[in-house]
Every structure is written in structure tokens, then in C-alpha cells.
Design a protein around this ligand. Structure first.
Ligand SMILES: [Zn+2]
Length: 192
């Protein structure tokens, strides 16, 4: 039975790299895949997934209005898919996560979602909350804080590296706008 997977991490842990490696493994065996990323993430231009180590691939774009089930089913009709991979999955709506579960259950296609667990205030993103609740398999992609502990939090910083405490959840800057920290050092920075 096909599963819905959620690979979650803090910022800059290499999730896009992991996604592109998984995609490569399918394609190397002659299997068709479908890649998605969030329309609001225009860091790299429209419809591309780019990893910090230089890998990149074209991707379909989703926004809040995209019917993920319909779009994937249409593609699957044209060319049978072996896997669907979704980057920036924290920006999915809850309804879209249910749709992706439906793709796994009714179309039999594995869905691999990759996303940031929490925002710069330690709050779950909507897509991540839904995936933590609904995914069959949860897997953490780990990276480390400057102290060597596992980094689970994402500090948003300004141009001088100072913590930003208020703002929109989905304000997207470059990777240099965020520092992945352990909880202890995140709290210390936020209270400074
Ligand atoms: Zn630390």
C-alpha cells in the first residue's frame, strides 16, 4: 500500500537535497515522478527546487487554491507516476494534505513531503501540523546547532544577525535570514 511520508526538519538541514536524491533514485530506474514546490517561494525563480549544494530540478507550483488530487490524477492518467515529491510542504493547506493522503490511498502513489516543522516563533506551520497528524511515516532530517545539539528551532534574523520576534509566518527571505538552533539557544536569542 502506498504511504504518505513527512520528512521534517529545521531550516538549512538539507531537505531539498534529500528530496532531489530520492527523485534521482526513482528516475535512475526509469520511473516517472512529479515534483512540487510552493508558489510563494520565489527565491529561485518559478517552479524550481534548488538545493544548497547545487542540485536542482523543475517542479510544479502549488498555492492555496491548487487541487493536488486533481492535478496529480491528471498527470498520472497521461504518464503513470511512481512517486510524488513535495518540497516546502509546510505551506500546504490542511485540505491539500488530505488530498495527498487520497492520492496515496486511492491512486496507490507514494507521496514524499518535505517541510519545515515550526516557524520563527516556534509555532507549527499549517501544512506541517496536518502532515504530523495524517502522514503514515514521520522522519526527521537532522542538523545541528552551533553548540552541537540537534537544531529543532528556526531563528529569524535581521541583516545584523539579531533575532526578529514579530512578523508574518510566511515571510520568505534567503537562507541567511534564518539560523537553525537548539531550543535552549533559540530561547536565549528570543529573550535577549
Ligand atoms: Zn544550541
Amino acid at each position: 500500500m502506498a504511504k504518505l511520508y513527512f520528512y521534517y526538519s529545521s531550516m538549512n538541514a538539507g531537505k531539498s537535497t534529500t528530496l532531489l536524491q530520492s527523485d534521482f533514485n526513482y528516475r535512475e530506474r526509469g520511473m516517472e515522478t512529479m515534483l512540487w514546490t510552493a508558489a510563494l517561494d520565489d527565491r529561485y525563480g518559478q517552479g524550481r527546487i534548488v538545493s544548497r549544494i547545487g542540485l536542482e530540478a523543475q517542479a510544479h507550483l502549488f498555492d492555496g487554491a491548487t487541487d493536488m488530487f486533481a492535478a496529480i490524477a491528471a498527470q498520472h492518467d497521461a504518464t503513470p507516476l511512481s512517486c510524488v515529491l513535495v518540497d516546502e510542504a509546510q505551506f500546504l493547506t490542511e485540505a491539500q494534505v488530505w488530498q495527498l493522503g487520497g492520492v496515496a490511498d486511492r491512486l496507490g502513489i507514494p507521496i514524499l513531503c518535505y517541510g519545515i516543522r515550526t516557524d520563527f516563533q516556534g509555532q507549527l506551520f499549517p501544512g506541517s501540523a496536518a502532515l504530523l497528524g495524517l502522514a503514515d511515516t514521520l522522519s526527521e532530517i537532522k542538523t545541528i546547532c552551533e553548540c552541537g545539539r540537534k537544531a529543532t528551532m528556526n531563528l529569524r534574523v535581521d541583516g545584523q544577525g539579531r533575532a526578529i520576534r514579530q512578523g508574518d509566518q510566511t515571510e520568505i527571505g534567503g537562507n541567511d535570514r534564518y539560523v537553525a538552533l537548539c531550543r535552549r539557544h533559540f530561547v536565549e536569542q528570543m529573550q535577549r
